[in-house]
Ligand binder design. Structure first.
Ligand SMILES: [Zn+2]
Length: 313
């Protein structure tokens, strides 16, 4: 293990050639054979308040309204604290991608740091538990629940993560509805392979796909399952599995698992809704609320019903 310290931010070249500046310590953790390790895991050890600006710059667009940044800062802090609590035995707490929350090190623009500073130490709390402040780019008009769309972890089964039933605020998002196509035969193979890995016979022997419909809506009207109608019968998968099925087979990714459509000339053409899992704060909705004068607190209370915002440090 090697720790790199500096009085200034440390420049790190990404595999893409991009150079980013990182605050705190850069830790190189050897993995593989103990005597001759074959790779390093690169970890940025950074105080929370220096981490949050890099999340805001990774997650939102410069020039969006400050209240959207401030709401995002509180949500992101809650997510990070919750991950730290759940990953005590791990060498790192969060990744720097959307798998956790995007993080770019020291932002190249000032709004992110200014908005993070205004929310310093503020956490989303529910009954003395720090709330993992899940968020996504666009909910597509209907909120998902954390238990269904993130996982059955007990920390997800709390009222503020069950979604809101109020009208959506994100209609202006380019991701509110969208269309996309996949080769139907490639998708069929991907679903079959997914089914084989899970010993799901209906999926493993899926017939030719004809159409997909979104069914089993949650309390807010957001579908939770997809029916796959084929030449022989109908199979179902969870909406959250659809992007995973595409990812594991190397097909073009889907912005969300809420899709409907039919096959024409060998391609499945779908209309999709939203971008991301749709749980918690909707970034485009938060920006629309901020643009119409809502405070960060009211945005957070809208997306996490019943949440309390507490200053922890
Ligand atoms: Zn939304």
């Amino acid at each position: 293990m090697i720790d790199l310290h500096s009085d200034h931010a440390i420049s790190v070249s990404q595999s893409t050639g991009k150079v980013r500046q990182y605050p705190g310590v850069i830790r190189l953790l050897a993995i593989g054979d103990k005597d001759s390790p074959d790779a390093f895991v690169v970890i940025n050890i950074v105080p929370m308040e220096q981490y949050i600006p890099g999340v805001l710059a990774g997650e939102l667009y410069e020039g969006w309204h400050d209240a959207a940044f401030e709401a995002q800062a509180v949500a992101a802090r809650g997510f990070a604290v919750s991950e730290c609590q759940q990953r005590r035995d791990h060498a790192w707490d969060v990744s720097d991608t959307q798998a956790s929350q995007a993080y770019v090190g020291v932002p190249s623009w000032s709004q992110a740091a200014q908005c993070a500073k205004r929310t310093e130490g503020l956490l989303p709390v529910w009954r003395d538990q720090v709330l993992p402040g899940y968020f996504s780019s666009c909910c597509g008009g209907r909120a998902a629940t954390a238990s269904e769309s993130i996982g059955p972890n007990p920390i997800n089964a709390v009222a503020p993560l069950d979604g809101h039933g109020a009208p959506a605020q994100c209609q202006s998002s380019p991701m509110y509805t969208w269309t996309q196509s996949w080769n139907a035969q490639s998708l069929r193979k991907a679903i079959q392979s997914w089914g084989r890995a899970r010993q799901d016979d209906a999926l493993a022997s899926l017939n030719r796909i004809q159409s997909i419909t979104a069914v089993s809506p949650n309390a807010h009207g957001r579908p939770t399952r997809l029916e796959i109608h084929t030449t022989g019968d109908t199979a179902t998968i969870a909406c959250i599995d659809f992007p995973q099925i595409l990812a594991q087979s190397g097909l073009e990714s889907s912005r969300s698992g809420w899709v409907e459509g039919s096959v024409d000339a060998g391609d499945l053409h779908v209309q999709g809704h939203g971008f991301g899992h749709g749980v918690g704060l909707c970034q485009y909705g938060a920006e629309a609320m901020a643009a119409s004068g809502a405070s960060a607190k009211s945005i957070l209370r809208f997306y996490y019903p019943g949440v309390e915002i507490k200053k922890a440090w």
